[in-house]
Design a protein around this ligand. Structure first.
Ligand SMILES: Nc1ncnc2c1ncn2[C@@H]1O[C@H](COP(=O)(O)OP(=O)(O)OP(=O)(O)O)[C@@H](O)[C@H]1O
Ligand SMILES: [Mg+2]
Length: 258
């Protein structure tokens, strides 16, 4: 099919999404997210047979929008699309300054956001290589990231804050293992770990939103790790778990391996 026709096909699809949107806010998001370049990326993902269709928005955040997509075998996928807006750029710029992986691309808004998308993909891969439970990253191109869908029948698993946790102590152990092994094995600090960025799926904690995760050798990695520990411990303390002391946890995680 000539590119022009495919493009108009995708535009019709976006029109349909817009039409089925429940609120004005949702429609606005759809208009902003699916600019011409993003549509072309989605077209590329389709011709590469990574995705078959894009269904509905699962989440419309400030910087990213997550959609349910369907793979050619009919399975669910999560498609995260970063908005290439100036506000996204401003927010991520502070994480990118001083990160050697981003050298040479600063200044260009789009390039920075594309690099950020690639960073989330690589962070997810790095966590998985270390055996940690995050969505499996499947593909990324420009501002689009395709990953394993965490949930069932097109419905995302609940965030930890909304979940009915079966065994709070066991889930706490899982999340503290994520903190420790994330640091010691993956050599990453998540940087936004809380009950908002952990999904509870089939009795298991799955950590999402790994774009801002930084390497353990980053100059303020320790501070950020401490913040993650404080957030996690606060949540689980409120849920009645027996939690470790924040400082002791930080010390034991960061002490030199002997
Ligand atoms: N792989 C996934 N499978 C299922 N649902 C997902 C997946 N990734 C994200 N979601 C859903 O989309 C929401 C937003 O995802 P994420 O936290 O990665 O994006 P964000 O840009 O940080 O958005 P927010 O500002 O809302 O946190 C999640 O809370 C979750 O409900
Ligand atoms: Mg989030």
């Amino acid at each position: 099919m000539p590119q022009k026709d495919v493009y108009s096909l995708l535009e019709r699809k976006v029109d349909a999404l817009r039409g089925s949107s429940r609120t004005g806010e949702e429609r606005k998001v759809i208009d902003e997210v699916f600019d011409r370049q993003t549509l072309l990326v989605i077209y590329g993902l389709m011709t590469a047979e990574l995705i078959d269709t894009v269904e509905y928005p699962i989440s419309t955040g400030k910087e990213g929008n997550v959609f349910l997509a369907i793979d050619p075998e009919g399975g669910d996928l999560a498609l995260k699309i970063f908005r290439t807006s100036n506000s996204t750029f401003k927010r991520i710029a502070k994480y990118i300054e001083g990160d050697p992986r981003f050298r040479g691309i600063s200044g260009s808004r789009r390039k920075t956001i594309y690099a950020w998308t690639g960073k989330e993909y690589r962070n997810l891969q790095r966590y998985r290589d270390a055996g940690l439970r995050v969505p499996e990253p499947l593909a990324h191109d420009k501002n689009c990231l395709v990953m394993e869908f965490i949930g069932e029948d097109g419905v995302s698993a609940p965030k930890l804050k909304d979940a009915d946790i079966e065994d709070v102590q066991k889930t706490y152990q899982e999340v503290s293992a994520f903190l420790r092994d994330g640091y010691r094995k993956a050599r990453l600090v998540h940087g936004d770990l809380s009950e908002y960025n952990i999904l509870y799926h089939e009795g298991e904690a799955v950590v999402i939103d790994c774009g801002q995760a930084m390497t353990a050798d980053h100059y303020n990695a320790r501070e950020i790790l401490e913040r993650d520990i404080v957030n996690v411990n606060r949540f689980f303390r409120h849920r009645g778990a027996e939690v470790e002391d924040d400082k002791e946890m930080l010390e034991s995680m960061t002490e030199e391996e002997r």
